[in-house]
Design a protein around this ligand. Sequence first.
Ligand SMILES: [Ca+2]
Length: 317
Amino acid sequence: MNCLPAKRLVSAGGTVSAPVAGLPEVDSRRQGGLLDVAVKDDFAATRRVWWSFSEPRGGGGNSTSVATGTLSPDGTRMEDVRVIFRQDPAWASTAHFGSRLVFDRAGMLFVTTGDRSVRAASMLAQDVSTQIGKVIRIDPEGGPAAGNPQVAGGAPGLWSWGHRNLQSAALGPDGALWTVEHGPRGGDELNRPEAGRNYGWPEISYGVNYNGSAVGGGETARDGMEQPVYYWDPVIAPSGMAFYDGDVFPGWQGDALIGGLAGQALVRLEIEGGRVTGEQRYLQGVARIRDVAVASDGAVMVLTDADDGALIRLAPE
Ligand SMILES: [Ca+2]
């Protein structure tokens, strides 16, 4: 089945809606598509929705973009839609778009991007004037966010740089943004990106390129570049992340839950004092896991990545 990207609503009872109408055009080739969706706590009153997607930008180019709109009262269409962020520069690539959207406690919106997967673009992850390979932080209307770092020549919204392909992000119990990025072979990373810091890609990595060659000069550390909190070798191919804050898995309180695509697992990281103290895997081999969330009743919701993908609810018997 080759689906066009569609945003759908799934009811509490598991009924899947028809595609929601009114979305802007999406470049859905290869890794492109509808990427993430976010609402704020006041959604029931405002019906405002934010989503990231790969947007055609002309001339074969595209970018990770963010749109916002209001879901119609009957849930069938987005209204008052506008694009509030367009990654600069656009690039002719069908890979490494990121992307995740996370609201922080100040109500600002983190947007994670990717390095576009081709060498000339990947190098721009180190160029602070671009939005390639970055964590971006904007206000919910797309404007500048108070509290962003002052970086000389920094692109609008610049928070942190030197990232490869960020498909996992969540706000931790510490109120900070945590991310997991796809590394090359053997280099997926958990980071806690701090304002104005450089996370090293494509200069340092714990992995090697897919053809076996070294990343950069083959170093894993360099002055002025941050170390990951944790890394995977072999990789899990991370997508989706949530910190568990429910009641039905009491032993998981405060732990990070991360989806594994190639890893075909739900990965749980025990984190104490900002360090990973244990790793467990669930649903091993069941499916490629695209996203994970914690429901209001404490159940864990897992979205699989397949032609006939499923939304799975995990709760104790
Ligand atoms: Ca890094």
